[in-house]
Design a protein. Structure first.
Length: 426
């Protein structure tokens, strides 16, 4: 009889070992066949619940950027009539500190859960860490052993094996999903860059008696600077150069909105001041409080050779005339979109033969080198005096080259944009 009992016990142990191996082999086959994160997690949770005969299971992933914030991605229940259980913050904290299995068959009276009220009929809990090179990437938890029985050390051992088997595969799937998202984002940024480039003038307007050039070099794939040449009528053209707050995609979206607003208002307004005031109100109503736009807006009358302009908080352009000191065009008002209405001012200047107007964004004077030295407005002003006899496009080429030479190997931190208008002599 004793030998028979031993044989039965051995057979039972062998059957249990075969069952565990079957579970582990099936899990390894399934989770190794996909790189889909949700699918991997779902298979791990469902087979874990089945392996230890629990009522419900879940995986909570650790956010590497914010380790104290965890996110339950997938849960599974053996039946649908149980409420969804959650890991209390105390348990999450304990697992993060100890990185070892946690088994409790009496949560209410377990000292480790002191002060923690169990949810509904949550009686027992078995948690194991998901580790990758001793780094906690998640927690696998199973709640309530079926038939009101208790989780055993064998259950803990089996769930720990499942966790060890799944941790690296789960992490690989997470990294794969992150990489896919990054690639998608990069493709979207490239598309946004192309769209933004298409919004800028492809070539300067050809106006008899004038030479005009414009260029924008974003610091990132997309930028927040804009320049534009907008026809008003047969002898007038609006010249725009602006810089929106921020960088990257948010700045590019605000830039596009600003450009569309200005194009619409240019067709309606009768003066530079009126266009700026209307545009300011529209931008204030459509942007958040922390966003703003600096902008220089001028209407060039190439029959009367006059420029009617309004400077909304932008870097003051240079107006260079033969035999005179360079003048900075300041008349206007505050940056756009910080107040719903503002009494902007405008001014009219006459352009003589040989006069040159240089409008630019702050990315040029603020180009910085490794010694934290700015290219500066002073250097720019001196350089422009040396460029008085160059063509409009050559002026831009020389200024950009000088700013980049000053920065050296230091990366470009802001968009560089410049427009040059020269009235030809004779």
């Amino acid at each position: 009889m004793e030998q028979l009992a031993q044989l039965q016990e051995e057979n039972q142990r062998l059957r249990k070992a075969v069952e565990e191996l079957s579970i582990l082999n099936e899990l390894a086959r399934v989770i190794s066949s996909t790189m889909n994160l949700d699918s991997v997690i779902e298979n791990v949770v469902k087979r874990s619940v089945r392996a230890v005969h629990g009522q419900q299971g879940m995986i909570t992933l650790v956010d590497e950027q914010a380790p104290t914030e965890m996110k339950t991605l997938i849960r599974a229940q053996s039946t649908s009539d149980h409420q969804q259980f959650h890991l209390n913050q105390n348990v999450l904290g304990w697992m993060m500190i100890n990185k070892k299995p946690l088994l409790s068959n009496d949560i209410t009276n377990d000292s480790r859960f002191s002060g923690v009220r169990s949810e509904g009929d949550q009686r027992s809990l078995l948690c194991v860490p998901l580790l990758v090179k001793n780094r906690l990437v998640g927690i696998l938890a199973v709640f309530n052993k079926k038939d009101s029985s208790e989780f055993t050390q064998d259950d803990q051992r089996l769930l720990s094996i499942i966790a060890a088997q799944s941790g690296q595969i789960l992490e690989n799937a997470r990294l794969y999903e992150t990489e896919k998202s990054l690639i998608t984002m990069q493709e979207q940024v490239k598309l946004a860059s192309k769209i933004q480039t298409d919004l800028l003038p492809k070539k300067p307007p050809a106006i008899n008696g004038y030479e005009i050039a414009g260029k924008s070099i974003p610091a990132q794939l997309v930028g927040g600077d804009l320049f534009d040449f907008i026809p008003v009528d047969n002898h007038k053209m609006a010249v725009v150069l602006g810089d929106v707050s921020g960088k990257g995609l948010p700045a590019s979206l605000l830039m596009s909105n600003t450009q569309a607003t200005l194009r619409g208002q240019t067709l309606l307004a009768t003066s530079a001041r009126e266009c700026i005031e209307r545009s300011n109100t529209l931008l204030y109503q459509s942007t958040s409080d922390e966003k703003f736009v600096t902008l220089f807006y001028g209407i060039l009358d190439f029959e009367q050779h006059q420029l009617r302009f309004c400077n909304a908080g932008h870097d003051n352009p240079y107006w260079l005339s033969e035999g005179k000191e360079a003048r900075r065009l300041k008349t206007g008002g505050i940056v756009l979109s910080v107040m719903e209405s503002f009494p902007y001012e405008e001014e009219i200047i006459s352009l003589e033969p040989g006069d040159m107007l240089v409008i630019y964004s702050d990315g040029i004077p603020e180009a910085m080198n490794s010694n934290q030295e700015l290219f500066s407005d002073a250097r720019l002003g001196t350089l422009l005096k040396e460029c008085r006899n160059l063509s409009a496009s050559d002026v831009i080429t020389k200024v950009v080259a000088a700013a980049k030479s000053h920065a050296g190997t230091w990366p470009q931190s802001d968009d560089m944009t410049m427009v040059v208008i020269r009235r030809l002599a004779g």
